[in-house]
Structures are given as structure tokens and as C-alpha cells.
Write a protein that binds this ligand. Structure first.
Ligand SMILES: N[C@@H](CCC(=O)N[C@@H](CS)C(=O)NCC(=O)O)C(=O)O
Length: 351
């Protein structure tokens, strides 16, 4: 099954009814993740005879013999704190966020950065959308920076470390890093290290720890009174949708694929059911749960700023770059959705 066949199937499955904006958003996120998985898969397949590299080549290394995706935990799990005496205090100008616009996990961090009004305090650099060789000495493929500012619109050379690749950043931070050289990375310019490379934790830090310097300190995307409900939705969305699409994309046997894809569409239906009754996943206010689901999408005019975290051209280039999954190099013409069109979600009231 090819990515484009899946795309057709996904859209065919989706009822284009009154809440189509949200559901299309969900579908595109699912496809984004799925195609990302395909890209990772194919990059690994392409380098199967490579010189030994002392780090995980790609997410394919995380597929078990039974064909299930067993994702290794992110390695750097330190926390920025609002406490001025902490090892990583939340001071303006000290941290840098490395992202790929093609990566949904990185884009959720970008979304938080924009929504909280932290662009003046935390700088951002995006890599090129297509994996390239990260070293001359082996054939590991990964995220790289352009060498000039105009080489790849939306991506920039690394202004902090002058690194050629994300792999190089991990090598600066640790001499024995063996995980995948992934984005997002929250980088400490002062100690020249990765503070954290786990997006679910980076978004929590951005939500609370920088409030003294955030332009929108009052925006709480993980409010205490909704935490139980957010946690519950996150669990469903993560396992069945965010990670679920990887399970589909990485399946090497029919059975795990069937299981994952069924779970995925059940979860999409569940989200649709919830959003048929209320404006947001956890009630009448935007929360982390919505961002985690939307991720790469530009959608509602109520949340200006998010549009700049989406770069469809990078997404398309990245996902359709690999000849083994897209032998004819066809780049999709879409998406042709006008995200600025009225969405009609006001009917549920609230913000
Ligand atoms: N747990 C990480 C996962 C991030 C992740 O998987 N990023 C992918 C891109 S979508 C990546 O950078 N992969 C690089 C590689 O496999 O070499 C998070 O959520 O922050």
C-alpha cells in the first residue's frame, strides 16, 4: 500500500459534514505522521548496507520483530524552570529551538512558542525538509541545515553552532549519544547542550515556565481543572493517531497494520463525535489536547500566529522525496483548503 493510496482512503472515509474543518485537520495530521514514518522507513531501507554508525539510523530501528513500533524514549529530559537558581533558568535569549517544519512533533513546540508569545525570547531554526547524508564517512541520512540563507526557503543555516546537521548538534551535546538525531531540540546556548528533545515535555515548559517573560502568560493550555480530561484525550490521540500512524506506516505484516489502522479510524471517529458536540476536545477552551491533534495545521483565525508554524511546501518536499516510496517523483498539487475561510465553530460558543 502506498502513501497516496492511504491518503485516498483516509479522505474517502471522512464525512465532510458540518465540522469538516476539524476533521480534515485531523486527517492531514494523521497523513503527515504517516508519511513522515514512510520517509523515515525508506531512508533506513536505503542505508541498510551502510558503514556502521554509532546511533539509531532511523525509526525503523525501533520496529520489533513482531512488527510493532517500540519507540525509544527521548534521551535528554532536563527541564527549564522559572526558578532563577535552577540549572536551566527561564531567561530570555538563552534557549534555541531547532525544528523541522516537516515534523509534527516539532511543530507542536512551535505552536506553543507562538501562542505563548515567546518568539522574542526563544530563537528558532528550521532544517531542510529532505534528509541528506550527515557525514562523508558513513551514509547515515538525517536532518541537515542549508549552507546559505537562500538555499531553501523556510530553512536557515545554523546560527548558533554552525552545525551542518542535527546529528552534529547531538555530538556537541554528548560524546556517546546513541539515539536518533531527532527534532525538536531545545538547545541551551550558554551550556552548549540539549536541554530536552521530547516535544511533550518541551510544550509543558513553554506553557508554564516562561510566563514571566511570555507575552501571553495568562494562556494556560494545560489548566489544572482540565488535566484529567486532557490526559485522557492525549492518551487516545497519542497512541491511536500520533503514534498510531507510525504503527501503520512501519507495519511489515498485514495483521499489525490492520490492527493499527482500525484503531486509527476509531480514534478519528471518536474525535469527530466529541467535536460534533463541543468546540474543542476538552470543552469550550483550546487546550494542549487540540494542539497535539492539530499539530501542523493552519486553521482558525482565532489563533493568529499558528499559520507561520506551517510550511506546506516543506511537508510536501519531505514526504514525497524518496524514490522507493514515490518512484515517479510526483508532488501533490494540494492541499487546496482555504484555512482562512469562516469555520462556523462559533456555534459551540466560547473562545
Ligand atoms: N519523541 C520525540 C520524537 C521526535 C521525532 O520522532 N522526530 C523525527 C521527525 S518527525 C526525527 O527528527 N527523526 C529523525 C531521524 O529519525 O533521524 C518528540 O516527540 O519530540
Amino acid at each position: 500500500m502506498s502513501a497516496s493510496q492511504f491518503a485516498t482512503g483516509a479522505h474517502a472515509h471522512l464525512p465532510l459534514d458540518a465540522h469538516k474543518d476539524y476533521i480534515l485537520a485531523i486527517a492531514i495530521i494523521a497523513l503527515t505522521d504517516l508519511l513522515s514514518a514512510w520517509t523515515l522507513f525508506s531512508s533506513a531501507a536505503g542505508s541498510s548496507s551502510s558503514t556502521a554508525v554509532n546511533m539509531a539510523q532511523s525509526a525503523l530501528d525501533e520496529v520489533t520483530a513482531a512488527s510493532a513500533l517500540d519507540r525509544s524514549p527521548s534521551t535528554f529530559r532536563r527541564f527549564v524552570s522559572r526558578d532563577a537558581s535552577a540549572q536551566f533558568p527561564a531567561v530570555p535569549g538563552r534557549y534555541h529551538l531547532y525544528v523541522s517544519y516537516a515534523c509534527p512533533w516539532a511543530c507542536r513546540c512551535l505552536a506553543f512558542l507562538k501562542l505563548k508569545g515567546l518568539e522574542h525570547a526563544i530563537s528558532v531554526t528550521a532544517v531542510k525538509p529532505i534528509f541528506e547524508r550527515t557525514k562523508e564517512t558513513d551514509d547515515h541520512m538525517g536532518w541537515v541545515f542549508p549552507s546559505t540563507a537562500d538555499e531553501e526557503p523556510g530553512a536557515e543555516p545554523d546560527p548558533i553552532n554552525g552545525a551542518k546537521s542535527v546529528r552534529e548538534l547531538y555530538e556537541i551535546a554528548s560524546t556517546n549519544y546513541t539515539g536518533r538525531p531527532s527534532v525538536p531540540i531545545l538547545w541551551d546556548k550558554q551550556l552548549k547542550t540539549v536541554v530536552n528533545n521530547e516535544s511533550s515535555e518541551i510544550i509543558r515548559m513553554l506553557n508554564t515556565e516562561f510566563n514571566d517573560i511570555a507575552e501571553n502568560p495568562g494562556l494556560d493550555l494545560y489548566p489544572a481543572h482540565l488535566r484529567a480530561s486532557i490526559d485522557q484525550i492525549n492518551e487516545l490521540v497519542y497512541s491511536a493517531i500520533n503514534s498510531g500512524v507510525y504503527q501503520c506506516g512501519f507495519a511489515k505484516k498485514q495483521e499489525p497494520y490492520d490492527e493499527a489502522v482500525t484503531k486509527l479510524f476509531e480514534a478519528l471517529d471518536k474525535c469527530e463525535e466529541i467535536l460534533g458536540k463541543q468546540r474543542y476536545l476538552c470543552g469550550n477552551q483550546l487546550t494542549e489536547a487540540d494542539i497535539r491533534l492539530f499539530v501542523t495545521l493552519i486553521r482558525f483565525d482565532e489563533i493568529p500566529g499558528i499559520s507561520s508554524t506551517v510550511n506546506i511546501e516543506h511537508n510536501k518536499k519531505s514526504y514525497y522525496s524518496d524514490p522507493s516510496t514515490n518512484p515517479y517523483g510526483i508532488i501533490p498539487i494540494g492541499s487546496n483548503i482555504d484555512y482562512n475561510a469562516p469555520h462556523d465553530r462559533e456555534r459551540f460558543g466560547a473562545v
